[in-house]
Design a protein around this ligand. Structure first.
Ligand code: GLU
Length: 578
C-alpha cells in the first residue's frame, strides 16, 4: 500500500488534477482558486477534482457540456463510488445555446418485474427499518445512468463516445488516491464488510483503506472499456447485464430477482421540464419521477409573493418565509408526486401562478403554521393522497454544473442512493439501492401512496438539477445538490442567493441552510442567532449539520463564475480565466 505522508489526499488530488499552478498571492485559499475568477469560454463545477479535470479536458478539446458530463460521470464511478456511478441513476437537464431550449433527461432506476408493493413491509405490515432496507439485492433498481448519457450523447455529443471514457479508464488502471471524505465513509460504514467483493476492494483485511491509499480498479477499467467500445447496449445485455442480474439474485443479503429482461428493457426518457417564474427569471427543473423541480418551483413561486430581497439572507424574517414556503411545497409533494407514468401528477397545476398565489395566502409573514399542513388542490389534481415522510438520509449523490464554449449548459444530479448504494460491487462498480426511495407503506390513511412500489416503476426522487434563464431566455445559472429530500431546500436556497440577494455563485453556495420538510424548521449552526426570533414566530427549530454538495455555474456580464460547496470536496475549473 502506498501512502502520501506530506499532502492530504484532497490537496494531492488538486495537484494531480493540475489546477494549482502555484497559488496567486491574493488568493485567500489555495485549494479554492476559482473564488474571484471569471472564465470567458467554459467552466465546470463538479463534486470531485479528478472528475472536474476530466470534464474540463473534454471542453478544452472542443467537446460540449454533455461530453464533459459523461467523462466526469465515468471518473466519479471510480473516485467517488459512494455517491454515484454507472450502477445508479440520475437526471440531466440541458440548455441549448443555439435554440435556448431546455431538455430534461430521466435516467432514474426502475423496479424489476419482481418488485411488490409490500416488499419493504415486515410480517406485521409495518415498514422495515431503513438501515435494513438499504442493503443487498432487494433494494437495487435497474441502473439508468448509462442509457441516459448515451441518449444525451446521441442528441448532443461532439466528441466520440469512446473518447469520453479514456480519463476514467486510465485512472482505474493507474490508480487514484482515496480522498479524505471517501476514507471517512469507508471507515464509518457498518455494512460494507458484509459484502465480500465490496470488502475486498475497500479494506486491507479488516482495516478500512485510509485516505491517500492509491486504489486501482482493473475490473472497472475493463467494464468501462467494453461500454466505450460497444456502447450502452453492452451494459444492458450480455455479460455485464448477466453479472448485474447474478449479483442481485445471489446477493449475500436480501437476494432478489432481477432478470436479464428487466435490464434490457430499461429506457431513458425525455420528460417535459418544469419551469416557473421567479422575479424576472425562469427557473427550470426536472419533473416526475423527481419531486425536485416541482418543489423548488413551488417554493420560489410562493416566495415570489413576498419582498424577500428586502430582507437579509440570514434574517429571521427571510428564514421564516423560506421555511413556510417549503412546508407548503412538501405537503403537495407528499400528496401528489410519484412516477408520472403510473400516477397522475398534476405537475402543471402545481406550478400554476393562480394556484400558487392562493397557496401563498396561507403564509403569515409573522407566524409559523401549526401542525401537519394539508396539501392544496392544484388544477388537474384528481385526489389528494397523504404520503408518509421520507426517512432521513443524504450522504451520497453528487451534482455537476457545466457550461461549454457553445453556450450550452447542463445541470446533472447523479446517485447510487445511500452511501455506497446497496453495497454490492459487480465488475468494479457499485449497484444502487434506489428502490428505498419508494414509499415503504403502499397506503397511508387508507389511500394509495403515489410513490408506492410497483414493477417497472421509478421511485420518487428529490434530485433537483436546476437551470435558470434570464429575462431574455438566456442561460443564467446551473445548480443542484445531493442531500436526500433536503436537496430541494439546498437548491432553492442557492437559487435565492443569486436571484433574491444578488450574491455570486460561491456566496450563494456558502449561505447557511434553513429548511422545512413538513416538521421542524432545520437550520445550520451559523443561523443560531436567528433562532430566538424563529421560535417567537412559532417555529420548532432543530440545529444540525446539513451536508449539501452544491455545485453551480453562474453567467455574469463578464463571463462564467462558479461555486463549489465547502461542505464536500467539489471544485470549479474553467478555461484560463481572464
Ligand atoms: N436517492 C435520493 C433521491 O433521488 C438522493 C439521495 C441522496 O442525496 O442522498 O432523491
Amino acid at each position: 500500500m502506498q501512502r502520501f505522508p506530506r499532502f492530504s489526499a484532497f490537496s494531492l488530488m488538486f495537484l494531480l488534477a493540475g489546477c494549482v499552478a502555484g497559488p496567486p498571492p491574493t488568493a485567500p485559499d489555495p485549494t479554492r482558486p476559482w473564488i474571484g475568477e471569471t472564465y470567458r469560454s467554459h467552466a465546470v463545477s463538479v463534486s470531485h477534482p479528478l472528475a472536474a479535470r476530466a470534464a474540463l479536458d473534454m471542453l478544452n478539446d472542443g467537446g460540449g457540456a454533455v461530453d464533459a458530463a459523461i467523462a466526469a460521470q465515468m471518473v466519479m464511478t471510480l473516485v467517488e463510488p459512494q455517491s454515484s456511478g454507472i450502477g445508479g441513476g440520475g437526471f440531466l437537464i440541458r440548455f441549448d445555446g443555439r435554440t435556448s431550449r431546455i431538455e430534461t433527461y430521466d435516467g432514474r432506476e426502475t423496479a424489476p418485474a419482481s418488485a411488490r408493493q409490500d416488499m419493504f413491509l415486515d410480517a406485521r405490515g409495518g415498514p422495515i427499518p431503513y438501515r435494513d432496507a438499504i442493503l443487498g439485492g432487494r433494494a437495487v433498481g435497474v441502473p439508468g445512468v448509462v442509457r441516459m448519457l448515451e441518449m444525451a450523447h446521441k442528441d448532443h455529443g461532439r466528441l466520440p463516445w469512446a473518447r469520453l471514457f479514456q480519463p476514467a479508464i486510465r485512472l482505474a488502471r493507474d490508480g487514484f488516491p482515496i480522498s479524505e471524505r471517501l476514507a471517512r465513509q469507508i471507515a464509518g460504514d457498518r455494512h460494507l464488510r458484509k459484502m465480500p467483493v465490496t470488502k475486498a476492494y475497500f479494506f486491507d483485511g479488516e482495516a478500512p483503506k485510509p485516505a491517500g491509499t492509491i486504489l486501482n480498479n482493473p475490473d472497472l477499467a475493463d467494464t468501462l472499456s467494453i461500454i466505450a467500445e460497444q456502447g450502452a447496449d453492452a451494459f444492458y445485455s450480455g455479460d455485464l447485464a448477466r453479472a448485474m442480474a447474478e449479483a442481485v439474485t445471489n446477493a449475500p443479503v436480501h437476494p432478489a430477482v432481477m432478470t436479464l429482461a428487466d435490464i434490457s428493457a430499461y429506457q431513458a426518457k425525455k420528460r417535459p421540464a418544469v419551469c416557473a417564474p421567479y422575479r424576472d427569471y425562469k427557473v427550470c427543473g426536472m419533473g416526475p419521477p423527481s419531486s425536485g423541480g416541482l418543489a423548488v418551483a413551488q417554493t420560489l413561486g410562493l416566495l415570489n409573493h413576498f419582498p424577500l430581497a428586502a430582507t437579509g439572507p440570514v434574517s429571521a424574517r427571510a428564514l421564516h418565509l423560506i421555511a413556510e414556503a417549503e412546508r407548503l411545497a412538501f405537503a403537495d409533494r407528499a400528496a401528489y408526486v410519484g412516477d408520472g407514468d403510473f400516477v397522475a401528477v398534476p405537475a402543471q397545476g402545481m406550478v400554476d401562478p393562480g394556484y400558487l398565489a392562493e397557496r401563498a395566502k396561507l403564509i403569515d409573514p409573522h407566524k409559523a403554521m401549526d401542525g401537519l399542513i394539508d396539501p392544496g388542490h392544484p388544477p388537474g389534481a384528481e385526489a389528494a393522497y397523504l404520503g408518509p415522510d421520507d426517512p432521513l438520509k443524504g450522504l451520497s449523490t453528487a451534482h455537476m454544473s457545466i457550461a461549454d464554449r457553445f453556450g450550452n449548459a447542463i445541470s446533472f444530479t447523479t446517485t447510487v442512493e445511500s452511501a455506497f448504494g446497496a453495497r454490492l460491487m459487480v465488475r468494479g462498480f457499485l449497484l444502487n439501492n434506489e428502490l428505498t426511495d419508494f414509499s415503504f407503506r403502499p397506503e397511508w390513511r387508507g389511500k394509495p401512496a403515489p410513490n408506492r412500489v410497483a414493477p417497472g416503476k421509478r421511485p420518487r426522487s428529490s434530485m433537483s438539477p436546476t437551470i435558470v434563464l434570464d429575462r431574455d431566455g438566456q442561460f443564467k445559472m446551473a445548480v443542484g445538490s445531493p442531500g436526500g429530500s433536503r436537496i430541494i431546500g439546498y437548491t432553492a436556497r442557492a437559487v435565492l442567493g443569486v436571484l433574491a440577494w444578488n450574491l455570486d455563485m460561491q456566496g450563494a453556495v456558502d449561505l447557511p441552510h434553513v429548511m422545512n420538510r413538513g416538521g421542524a424548521t432545520e437550520v445550520e449552526e451559523d443561523l443560531i442567532p436567528a433562532i430566538a426570533d424563529l421560535k417567537a414566530m412559532g417555529h420548532q427549530v432543530e440545529v444540525g449539520r446539513m451536508i449539501s454538495g452544491l455545485q453551480g455555474i453562474l453567467r455574469t456580464r463578464d463571463g462564467l463564475t462558479g461555486g463549489a460547496d465547502r461542505r464536500r470536496e467539489g471544485v470549479v475549473m474553467g478555461d484560463g480565466g481572464r
